[in-house]
Every structure is written in C-alpha cells, then in structure tokens.
Design a protein around this ligand. Structure first.
Ligand SMILES: Nc1nc2c(ncn2[C@@H]2O[C@H](COP(=O)(O)OP(=O)(O)OP(=O)(O)O)[C@@H](O)[C@H]2O)c(=O)[nH]1
Ligand SMILES: [Mg+2]
Length: 136
C-alpha cells in the first residue's frame, strides 16, 4: 500500500513538472553525416541525403523535453552561419566522420573555433562519431 502511494506521488510529481524546451545545434564538416544522423534519430533512412544549404530544423519529444535540433550546413563557405545559433543553443552535437582521415586537421580547426566561442563556453558538447566508410 505504501509503495502504491509512493508510486502515485512520484507519478503526480512528474506529471506536474513543466515541459522543458531544449535547443541543440548539430555542426561538423560537410559530408560528416549530420543530416544522416538526424534521419537515423527519426527512424528514417540515411541514404541519398543532399548537402544542407543553410539549416534544417527538427523537433523531437523526449519524455518531458521538447528538443529542437538545428542541423546546420557544414560547407566551408556556410560555416560562418553556425555562430548565429550559439547564443540560443543549450549545447552542441559535433559530428565527425572518423573514416575521413584526410580532413581530420580541418575537423580539428572547426572544432577549436566552436569551442573557443564565448557563447559556447561552459555548454555541453557531444562529439558524435559517424563512420561513413563503415555505414555506407
Ligand atoms: N548509406 C548511408 N549513407 C550515409 C550514411 N551517413 C551518411 N550517408 C551519406 O553520406 C552523404 C553525406 O551525409 P550528410 O548527412 O548529408 O552529411 P552532412 O554532414 O549533413 O553534410 P552537409 O549537410 O553538407 O553539412 C549523404 O549522401 C548521405 O546520404 C549512412 O549511415 N549510410
Ligand atoms: Mg546536412
């Protein structure tokens, strides 16, 4: 009986908790597999994805969290748009294609630039490995 009451109380407590909104940005070099990863999260096929020009916005519900992911284009000429999203993001998902050894230095420089940004400093950063060689 006591355990039933305790369970009811904890369920009520959770039910009363407000829905939390979280905004994340997904960055990384072009062709790293960002959009394919997002598609995977949504249960869609990662194949035949076109390069992202600008951004795409994905809304997900995870428990009491409403998560918005901005999947940002990683092409060299559009990477400067990333900084426009830093202030509103709770954290960063940095996707790395670990099979692309030739672009590791470029990846490192892009990552340093993100991590050095004052608007990212102190925020959670997830480095997500995507191995295009293994998965394609
Ligand atoms: N079959 C398969 N193809 C993949 C996988 N991951 C990525 N690809 C393909 O690899 C290419 C690049 O992946 P994207 O997800 O578009 O890469 P991106 O990081 O979003 O690139 P930008 O949008 O240009 O910044 C696309 O043609 C994808 O379809 C995978 O796991 N399996
Ligand atoms: Mg993309």
């Amino acid at each position: 009986m006591f355990s039933l009451m305790a369970n009811c109380c904890s369920w009520l407590k959770r039910w009363q908790e407000p829905v939390r909104k979280v905004t994340l940005i997904m960055v990384g070099l072009d062709n790293a597999g960002k959009t394919a990863t997002v598609r995977g999260i949504q249960g869609e096929s990662p194949e035949d994805v076109a390069p992202t020009v600008g951004f795409s916005k994905i809304d997900l519900k995870q428990g009491r969290f409403e998560v918005t992911i901005f999947d940002l284009g990683g092409g060299k000429r559009i990477r400067n748009i990333w900084r426009n999203y830093y202030a509103e993001s709770y954290g960063v998902i940095f996707v790395v294609d670990s099979s692309d050894i030739a672009r590791m230095e470029e990846t490192k420089q892009a990552m340093i630039e993100v991590l050095n940004s004052p608007k990212i400093s102190g925020k959670p950063v997830l480095v997500a490995e995507h191995n295009l060689f293994l998965f394609s």
